[in-house]
Each structure stands twice: as structure tokens, then as C-alpha cells.
Design a protein around this ligand. Structure first.
Ligand code: ADE
Length: 232
């Protein structure tokens, strides 16, 4: 899987791409990540990449020229281009799984008030938000996307099973986990998990998943019920 990041802040990515599972995946070649500074494609002496919005308003807009040239340079025949933006489609596990199918993703980190619409119309396949809140830059979102997508790449996670069981896959949040010791802070591990009856454990986990989803994510719970009713 190849990720090509376009950003005004290339240094942002140095530590995360060397750390944890992402760092290991880069080192072993399971994923390949390139980071390109959009500023390298500016043409004036100030290396300008942003300008005032036509029609007025606050903030600066990422110019079409430097970004367009950068995209022309790094885009290949099979590249899908993602723009991170608070006004994009909300990232879900389903969308992550779709992105993982492309194998060559360019992620443009949005900045300032926005990006010249003409670049979006011409080059962007997915405009993606990682949540209904505003970040100071799209770099945070780009990292979240890269991490979530990489987990679908064979060899990224040592335990592939956990991808199938975890939250959101199947539309429910994950059940609670416990590990040793059996008793701490006066709180005990639920008996069912100590009994070794796998059918009962599995039923308990399913019930807990449903209860938690109902409590903290009524929107997901509603979808779960609808799917159940329609027999999916
Ligand atoms: N840039 C600023 N806020 C963002 C968000 N919520 N998602 C993606 N990119 C962003």
C-alpha cells in the first residue's frame, strides 16, 4: 500500500511514521509513505501557497497552482486522491475498508479556510472529515486515515482476528475486556469470563456490545436494529 501525503508541514509526520505499528510497517515495507511539501511547487520568491478568498471573508485559501502541480507530479494511473476537510464525508469503518481496497492513496492535508474549489473539482476523489469538530490542520486527519487504513493491510497487525471482532465491524461497539488480576480495587472480573464456557462467553460479549452501543451510540444502535429487522 502506498500513501502519498501532500502537506505544508512535512515535519509533522516524522515521528508518527517512525513510531509503533505504523513505524514498523514502514520499516518492513508493508506500507510505503512519501511526504511532499506543497511549497516545493510554488513559483514565486515567497513560495506562496495560499491567498485571500475572492468575495472576501476571513482566512486564507490554499491556491490551486502549487497544489495542482504537486498532484500532477505524484499522481499515478491508479492513485485515488483524498482531501482532509471538516466539510467532507464522515470517515466510517466502511469507508476505511473501501479506501484500503485502492492500494495507492494520495492524501492532501487541507489548511486554512479551505482549498480552491477548482482543485477539488479536478483532482479530489474523496473529501473526508474525521469528525464533527474543527482541527487546526488536515495533518491530524491524514494520520488518522493512514493508521485506520493500514490496519487492513495483511501483515500490519499480528492478530488479524481482532479486526473482525472490534468496534464498528458488525455495527456494534466492542464488549469490555479484563485481564489479571481477577480482583482489584474491590472489583471482580465477571464470573462468566472465568468459567471457560465459550458459548456463554460469546453470548455475554454480544449482550454487552448491544447494551453499550444502545447507551453511548443510539445512532448506531438504531441502525443495528433496522438491520436485524430486515434480516441482514
Ligand atoms: N481539518 C480540520 N478539521 C478537520 C476534520 N474534522 N476532519 C478532517 N480534516 C479537518
Amino acid at each position: 500500500m502506498i500513501f502519498k501525503i501532500l502537506t505544508l508541514f512535512p515535519d509533522f509526520f516524522s515521528s508518527p511514521l517512525r513510531t509503533g505499528l505504523l513505524g514498523k510497517a514502514v520499516e518492513s515495507g508493508i506500507i510505503e509513505v512519501s511526504v511532499t511539501d506543497i511549497r516545493e511547487h510554488a513559483t514565486d520568491n515567497y513560495r506562496s501557497c495560499d491567498d485571500y478568498p475572492y468575495g472576501g471573508g476571513s482566512g486564507m485559501v490554499l491556491m490551486a497552482g502549487p497544489l495542482g502541480r504537486a498532484l500532477e507530479r505524484i499522481r499515478g494511473e491508479h492513485t485515488r486522491v483524498v482531501l482532509t476537510s471538516p466539510s467532507g464525508t464522515l470517515l466510517t469503518q466502511d469507508l476505511v475498508s473501501e479506501l484500503a481496497g485502492h492500494r495507492d492513496l494520495c492524501i492532501v492535508c487541507g489548511r486554512y479556510e479551505g482549498v480552491d474549489q477548482r482543485v477539488i473539482d479536478r483532482y479530489i476523489d474523496y473529501e473526508i472529515s474525521i469528525g464533527d469538530y474543527v482541527l487546526s490542520g488536515g495533518e491530524y486527519a491524514a494520520l488518522a486515515i493512514i493508521d485506520a487504513v493500514s490496519r487492513y493491510i495483511p501483515g500490519f497487525m499480528s492478530n488479524r482476528e481482532s479486526l473482525a471482532e472490534e468496534s464498528f465491524v458488525g455495527g456494534l461497539l466492542e464488549y469490555p475486556h479484563y485481564t489479571r488480576p481477577e480482583d482489584i480495587f474491590g472489583m471482580k472480573v465477571p464470573d462468566v469470563l472465568l468459567g471457560g464456557n465459550h458459548k456463554k462467553i460469546s453470548e455475554w460479549r454480544q449482550d454487552e456490545s448491544i447494551e453499550k452501543t444502545k447507551r453511548v451510540r443510539p445512532d448506531l444502535y438504531k441502525k443495528y436494529l433496522l438491520r436485524k429487522i430486515s434480516g441482514e
